[in-house]
Write a protein that binds this ligand. Structure first.
Ligand code: UGA
Length: 431
């Protein structure tokens, strides 16, 4: 099938490359000339496992190409995916400006029947707005579909190719779009959830918010465990084996971050309110998640006898989670900002997120080329991101390098007993 993808961010680029790899002919459209130039040369613009090889392979076999021209990009496509960003506006709502701009441009450029698929995460009612916006300028036939994406950063390719389910929301149950979309997704052999536009749009927000609630729940359980002799890892195991609960997303930490959960929880809260419902639970979740950063700061403060001013803190991990260089809403950055505001000095290391951190924090902190240099001479070492390589560092060496053997493990990657045996003053979360 011939496909067009508008937007080459985390979602658009991943989806485009995967569809090309499955044998479709894909044209990706982006307004950013520099991005398109890089992608045409096979240089990935995001850090994502398997992406570089798949991009090169499908450029070489001619199944994927990139353009800045919307009219050229959509000309031959049967299906057009809208995959542009829906960031959070100043009031916490989803900013639909990019989606609606694309809809406007599509209206000006459509010449024949197309299926327009919304892949961006958009509040209930956006599919209908897209329809109306296109229809202002294009009087021919077209269908709008909602097809939310559930891939995670870092594992976007494998998540897309092995989804738990595929959600498709249609305007009408028997439209031409139903046949085309079923055909497109048939090779995945995964459960299809076929519904109307509004339900599909809600599924995405409900899924992300539910996962955010699950993380927040285990964070609170961990905070309680901290006050008693209970180990949150065992508690998570004990509840996770109940198939009604499930064992995923039960790892406590510094609170969720990233480009999705914070903005989607907030957007659902606000569109619930706009529709007349006060989603108290989500309001509390947002507050608790923010406070979880403070809980980590308090653990660091306790390590240095209650005084952060002038103390030197080494931070391992800056990305919001491992296997990405994305620092958007990263707990590590939030914690560093709080520590800086309390006059602590920060030295940080991350395998790949340094450049993106530098754009936010600049010279307010110093950056190290490896974890050992980072540790050297500091009062406390904070593990802020669970990069797998941190688990296997030479901790005996780190103990010698630190000014004081203090570790706050905000991701529970180390074993408390082992660390204590090595002579560290160690605290995790809820252990
Ligand atoms: C999330 C969802 O998991 C995807 O299904 C969804 O498609 C995506 O948002 C999106 O809407 O685009 P992502 O933001 O890439 O994916 O990252 P996650 O792996 O879900 O992690 C989000 C945050 O939760 C991270 O800060 C992570 O450290 C934290 N987390 C996750 C925990 O603190 N504990 C856990 O047990 C799991």
């Amino acid at each position: 099938m011939k496909l067009a993808i508008i937007g080459t961010g985390y979602v658009g680029l991943g989806v485009g490359v995967c569809f090309a790899d499955l044998g479709h002919k894909v044209t990706c459209v982006d307004v950013d000339k520099a991005k398109v130039t890089k992608l045409k040369k096979g240089i990935p613009t995001i850090y994502e496992e398997d992406l570089p090889e798949m991009l090169k392979k499908n450029l070489a076999n001619g199944r994927i190409n990139f353009t800045t021209s919307l009219s050229q990009g959509i000309k031959e496509a049967a299906v057009i995916f809208i995959a542009v960003g829906t960031p959070q506006d100043q009031n916490g709502k989803a900013d639909l400006r990019y989606v609606l701009q694309v809809a406007h441009d599509l209206g000006k450029n459509l010449k024949n029947y197309k299926v327009i698929v919304d892949k961006s995460t958009v509040p209930i009612g956006t599919g209908k707005m897209v329809k109306q916006t296109i229809a202002k300028n294009y009087k021919g036939e077209f269908d709008v579909v909602s097809n939310p994406e559930f891939q995670r950063e870092g594992t976007a390719i494998s998540d897309f190719l092995n989804p738990d389910r595929i959600v498709l929301g249609f305007e009408k149950p028997n439209s031409h779009a139903v046949k085309i979309m079923k055909e497109l997704y048939a090779p995945f052999k995964k459960p299809l959830v076929i519904t109307n536009l509004e339900s599909a749009e809600m599924i995405k927000y409900a899924a992300n918010s539910f996962l955010a609630i699950k993380i927040t729940f285990i964070n609170e359980i961990a905070n309680i465990c901290d006050n008693y002799e209970a180990d949150v890892k065992m508690v998570a195991k004990g509840i996770g084996l109940d198939s009604r609960i499930g064992d995923k997303f039960l790892e406590p930490g510094p609170g969720y971050g990233g480009s999705c959960f914070p903005k989607d929880v907030s957007a659902l809260y606000y569109f619930a309110r706009a529709g007349g419902y006060w989603f108290n639970l989500l309001e509390t979740v947002m507050q608790i998640n923010k406070h979880q950063r403070e809980i980590i700061v308090a653990k660091i403060k306790n390590m240095v006898d209650g005084k952060l001013q002038g103390k030197k803190i080494a931070v391992l991990g800056l990305a919001f989670k491992p296997n990405t260089d994305d620092v958007r809403e990263s707990p590590a950055i939030d914690i560093i900002q709080i520590l800086l505001s309390r006059k602590a000095k920060i030295k940080a290391y991350d395998p790949i997120a340094k450049d993106n951190t530098h754009k936010i924090l600049g010279k307010k902190i110093t950056y190290s080329g490896n974890p050992y240099l980072c540790a050297k001479g500091n009062d406390v070492l904070l593990i802020a991101t669970d990069w797998p390589e941190f688990k296997n560092l030479n901790w005996k060496k780190i103990k010698k390098l630190l000014k004081a053997p203090n570790i706050v493990d905000a991701r529970n990657i180390l074993e408390p007993a082992e660390m204590k045996e090595m002579g560290f003053k160690y605290v995790g979360i809820g252990r």
